[in-house]
Unconditional design. Sequence first.
Length: 385
Amino acid sequence: MLVNRMLPTVSAENLTQFETLALSSSMNLADGHARQQLTAAQSKIVAELPDMWAEAAVRPVDEIEQEAAESFFGMLGQHSHPFAAGRTLSCYSSSLAMEILARSLVTTSDAVALIHPTFDNIPDILRGVGLRLVPVEEEQAHDEDLPAELLEQVGCVFITTPNNPTGRVMSEGRLRRLAEQCAEYGVVLALDTCFRGFDPDAQFDHYAVLDASGCRWVVIEDTGKLWPTLELKIGWLVRSANVDLPVEKVHSDILLGTSPLILLMVKRFADDGADGGLAELQRTIADHRALVRAELADVPDIGFVDDRARVSVERLHVGSRLGMDVWSAVRSQNLYVLPCQKFHWARPREGERMLRLALSRNSPTLLAGARVLRSALLGVPELRG
Ligand code: EGV
């Protein structure tokens, strides 16, 4: 329960509920969805939606689905991703793909090793089907082999790369070694790569590495973080031939398929992405990161935690202040950010002095938000807690 003297009492049980509070605000730097304005090329695609509707109504869906996947995976360097029937399933969102994975996993195992920290709907979905979670610290996953005792007690290792909120990317070498370990122990390696479009380091051909290892694997991909398409998006659930999980069956329990109109739109956005749009997006996010850092540069006792992050979110350490105090102070000025405790799903206190700011916004919104944040940081008492 959060209390603020100026505002009605609110409660938020997870990060998404914190994001919901922000949805109607003019300064919403909370959720990681894309809310920047369309580029000129993207506006042109949107103007052609009525024609795409007509096309989607008459063409075979499997053809449209394959074209959308080819364009999207191709844009991201994922050239070895499988096209064979049932290997790349489209979903309305990546969280739905996650739910399908969770329900599939729980038929054969009772525990998952999950990266820590990460966005809290991942642990919540996994726990929601009854899976037990074992935290794997981000540093550990990136720097060392996983211990045998861990791999012996889980059915799956789940890694978000680039991670949300840290932006940390698993290198090709580390992915190869982790996949080899998973192969050795018969453990499913699951990757959430929803933020990979922002970081070229996350765009080596993951499917080639996974397949070469021989491990059982599942990858969740997402169009939802990249383009300001008003929640029109696709989450993809991709699996190895040998995964031996009822992924297709569970998928079919939940949906028949996604909209061919959205698939056509995704194809067009991805083609534009490959044609320079993705590089432009990466530059925009880099500019926005620089803008926020510059605006807060001379505020004492703060820090930007993730030096090398290129994802569309940025963590801010608020020093000896409490994140929730800053959250409340900026909320009274109509600015919404995300407190970080709940990313640390195993030990929330580790996130209590951090906030996450969304960068996929228009520059004026970000600048206005950064200014509100700046004055709040200068005013919120330090040395608390
Ligand atoms: C982010 C929220 C849920 C998620 C937000 C997100 N979706 N809860 N199904 O899309 O980083 O803000 O990932």
